[in-house]
Design a binder for this molecule. Structure first.
Ligand code: BES
Ligand code: ZN
Ligand code: ZN
Length: 490
């Protein structure tokens, strides 16, 4: 999908799209038409009432610049959010593709463009993300994506916003496209190769630490979890250094278990296929790093992705094992399915030790308990720092990638104390599973400002996921837009 801009509706287009607010009988920003077309528009406006998500197409007869007009309902003005625009733009783009069009145009009404803000980012994110489809393994592919013309009064700022929005959307789409890959086609080595390709293209530094080196250097969590699979573990590190030399970086860490069978504590068969999405945290970090480098953000950012496959077998780690993590603390393994915290603990400790970062943010499909607590539209968040939490909450509001903070006090830390090691890798029964997992991570770092985001419910579409045009079935790329907003507003 190519995107360009025009400042008027005079150019030829196969589909000219305008937004309609509920009960207004007016298409925002649409010019005047001959009386026949105008009366069709009026009739359609009455029929669709501007209801949210409704689309109505009006053919235009005669030699006009637009072949068809599409009215897109936004719902009531008082309920209008940025996400509405994202969602409705996604529906418009999908309609244009369904009609097999080569291109379509969306009018951005002047009332949507203010000094601080414009809706143009949401229009781009919505339409680009809605057109992504995971069809790599199907003979029958989705129709080609139509190109988009944005009709808007141009300024330098608007053009910059448009460029940024495309990079952000592409970052989320990149995350979706690798997160959707099946486990036989995406191993830790595959992910490392993606990281290398992205780094090369965008001039980032990329380091991949392999099994023997991980073992030698004391990454006890990653090596233990990875030892049951013939697909060897990798620790992938990407560095974007565009800040000043002595400026501390932001470190992003993402869990990338390319398949989580549970290991010796084997998961039940039902929906086990979904555990290909257990790499989503790592894929989110990859998508963010790709966009950060394309945006050339003037900051230092490091992405760290511990990647393993959690398999049962003769070489697997077992319940009862005691392992030593990268920071020297020992962990008693009581359930091999609680593997994410082990690989993350190594990566977090490494990130803190080697980069003395300003902040560490980690993403992980860490606990089923998070789905019980918050469902499938809001991610869990645990932190040791109020300022950082506030910043992430602000970005969450702006991007509609929703997060909700859960508490972490000493009582929760006590719940992972072990009789025989420094910690155990599970809490007490089913109590506060998301928080006890976070408590384990908290033990991996000293006092660096840190946020853990549990994306178990939101990383891919599940039964209770709210339907959104821009998140078709499969991985959602959750966190990419959230963190790019945070990094752009540091
Ligand atoms: N990857 C899973 C968590 C998960 C489960 C995410 C379902 C999304 C959907 C994780 O490794 C895991 O299995 N966690 C266990 C922890 C338990 C053994 C303490 C869980 O949540 O059951
Ligand atoms: Zn697991
Ligand atoms: Zn897992």
């Amino acid at each position: 999908m190519k995107i360009k801009t025009e400042s008027s509706t005079k150019k030829k287009t196969q589909l000219l799209c305008g937004f309609v607010l509920e009960n207004t009988n007016k298409v925002l920003g649409l010019g005047t038409f001959d009386s026949k077309t105008a009366s069709s528009i009026n009739q359609s406006l009455k029929d669709m009432e501007g209801k949210m998500g409704r689309l109505s197409i009006i053919p235009v007869v005669g030699k006009k610049s637009a072949q068809r007009i599409l009215l897109a309902g936004l719902g009531k003005k008082e309920n209008l959010t940025k996400d509405t625009i994202r969602f409705v733009s996604g529906k418009i783009a999908q309609k244009a593709r369904e009609l097999k069009l080569k291109e379509f145009s969306i009018i951005v009404p002047p009332s949507f463009v203010t000094e601080q803000n414009s809706s143009v980012s949401q229009i781009i994110e919505g339409s680009k993300m809605a057109l992504y489809k995971f069809d790599k393994f199907k003979a029958e592919k989705a129709e080609n994506s139509p190109d988009l013309t944005i009709i808007i009064s141009k300024s330098k700022k608007i053009l910059q916003t448009i460029k940024t929005a495309q990079i952000v959307a592409d970052g989320a789409i990149f995350t979706k496209s690798i997160a959707n890959l099946p486990p036989n086609e995406c191993t830790p080595t595959t992910l490392a190769n993606f990281a290398k390709t992205v780094s090369k293209k965008n001039k980032m530094k990329c380091t991949v630490i392999s099994k023997s080196e991980l073992k030698k250097r004391g990454f006890g969590g990653i090596t233990a979890v990875g030892q049951g699979s013939k697909n060897e573990p990798k620790l992938i590190i990407l560095e974007h250094n565009h800040g000043s030399r002595n400026e501390k970086p932001i470190v992003l860490v993402g869990k990338a278990v390319t398949f989580d069978t549970g290991g010796i504590s084997l998961k039940p068969g039902e929906k086990m296929d979904e555990m290909k999405f257990d790499k989503c945290g790592g894929c989110t970090v990859l998508g963010i790093m790709k966009a950060v480098s394309e945006l050339r953000l003037p900051i230092n950012v490091v992405g760290i992705i511990p990647s393993v496959e959690n398999m049962p077998g003769g070489e697997s780690y077992r319940p009862g094992d005691i392992i030593k993590l990268y920071n020297g603390k020992t962990a008693e393994i009581l359930n091999t399915d609680a593997e994410g915290r082990l690989i993350l603990a190594d990566a977090l400790a490494y990130g803190e030790k080697h980069y003395s970062p300003k902040a560490i943010i980690d993403f992980a499909t860490l606990t089923g308990a998070c789905i019980i607590a918050l469902g499938t539209n809001v991610a869990g968040m645990v932190s040791n720092n109020e300022k950082l939490t506030k910043k992430i909450n602000e970005s969450s509001k702006r991007t509609t990638e929703e997060v909700w903070e859960l508490p972490l006090n000493q009582d929760y830390m006590d719940m992972i104390k072990s009789e025989v090691a420094d910690m155990k890798n599970i809490g007490i029964g089913r109590a506060a599973g998301t928080i006890t997992a976070a408590a384990f991570l908290r033990n991996a770092i000293e006092d660096t400002p840190w946020i853990h985001i549990d994306i178990a419910g939101v990383a891919w579409t599940q039964i209770a996921t709210k339907e959104k045009s821009y998140n078709p079935k499969g991985a959602t790329g959750f966190g990419v837009r959230l963190i790019l907003d945070y990094l752009q507003n540091l």
